[in-house]
Design a protein. Structure first.
Length: 310
């Protein structure tokens, strides 16, 4: 009954709303540039980890897709995480953070890896001991914060930088803004397939994902890796077993491997698997190629903050 209702929802949202379910990334969303530049320094600072070996940028490569292109994250002492690293780009538009949506804010997300023993494995008492010896960094905090350098302001600066990590003006955004020549014939066909096969029912909004939870294996059972039960670990509710936050599809061509377990290497496989597991269809090679061509139009421009050197 639930699955039937979901497909009715997909049908009507696709027919009635179509591309109106997706909105372009704002070209100039607001953030405090000076705090963001301080946050940029901290984002690349390995002193935020227990052994001075890992920074935020270690798992979030900003010159690529904002992730690490590994199946799962690797933290201090070579420790492996259990889930694929999500991109840090455009996270300000997510309704929850982490694959299981266990926190609501960027502030809570930014703090999580610092304390996680598998990631950075440290605490703010140790971090502040190290950073307080850096006179230039202390001056920057004094100039921007009345209460100077402390754990709250370290997180605040990092979050301000993450707010600046938006990737606007993808070719699909140009199309949404009225440029009918922004997409090729194959890319347009891929977008039509994306709508008609129901992908847009879960991948929509400004981030083309990141705004709802969904079970992986909605129609066909998904072979779970590492016994990961997803959001169930947060809520302890049976209905949340194997439920994860729907990922953003922006810059998706740059963020392989795919899925929460990093088990799928290619975008073609990811499309084929999702249509199978979530919708119960098997697409031919041409339909898959067209959808992949469309997905590649979602790659945006590098964040402006990355070109600012201060």
């Amino acid at each position: 009954m639930v699955i039937r209702a979901f497909f009715i929802y997909l049908f009507f949202t696709t027919i009635l709303l179509g591309e109106h379910l997706i909105t372009p990334i704002p070209k100039n969303d607001t953030y405090d540039e000076q705090k963001a530049l301080l946050g940029k320094k901290l984002f690349f600072d390995t002193r935020l980890s227990e052994d001075n070996s890992i920074s935020c940028a270690s798992c979030h490569n900003l010159e690529m897709g904002g992730d690490d292109n590994l199946p799962v994250a690797i933290g201090i002492n070579g420790k492996k995480g259990t889930r694929n690293t999500p991109t840090v780009f455009n996270t300000r538009y997510h309704f929850k953070q982490f694959w299981d949506g266990r926190v609501d804010t960027l502030e809570a997300q930014a703090e999580g890896p610092i304390h996680n023993p598998v990631e950075m494995g440290t605490n703010f008492e140790e971090i502040l001991k190290k950073l307080s010896k850096d006179k230039d960094l202390k001056k920057l905090f004094t100039a921007l914060y009345k209460d100077e350098m402390n754990s709250k302001n370290i997180i605040d600066a990092i979050v301000e930088f993450e707010k600046a990590l938006i990737t606007p003006n993808a070719r699909f955004d140009q199309y949404l803004r009225g440029d009918q020549k922004a997409l090729s014939e194959n890319e347009m066909k891929g977008f039509q397939n994306f709508k008609e096969y129901g992908c847009i029912g879960c991948h929509n909004g400004v981030n083309i994902g990141g705004n709802l939870f969904q079970k992986i294996g909605l129609v066909q059972n998904y072979k779970v890796q590492n016994k990961d039960v997803g959001r169930f670990d947060v809520t302890n509710k049976e209905k949340d077993k194997y439920v994860f936050k729907v990922p953003s599809l922006r810059n998706i061509e740059l963020t392989a491997p795919y899925f929460h377990d990093g088990s799928v290497e290619s975008l073609e496989e990811a499309v084929s698997y999702m249509v199978h597991y979530q919708i119960g269809l098997a697409l031919d090679e041409k339909d898959i190629k067209d959808i992949v061509a469309f997905l590649k139009t979602l790659t945006g421009e590098q964040p402006e903050i990355m070109s600012v050197n201060k």
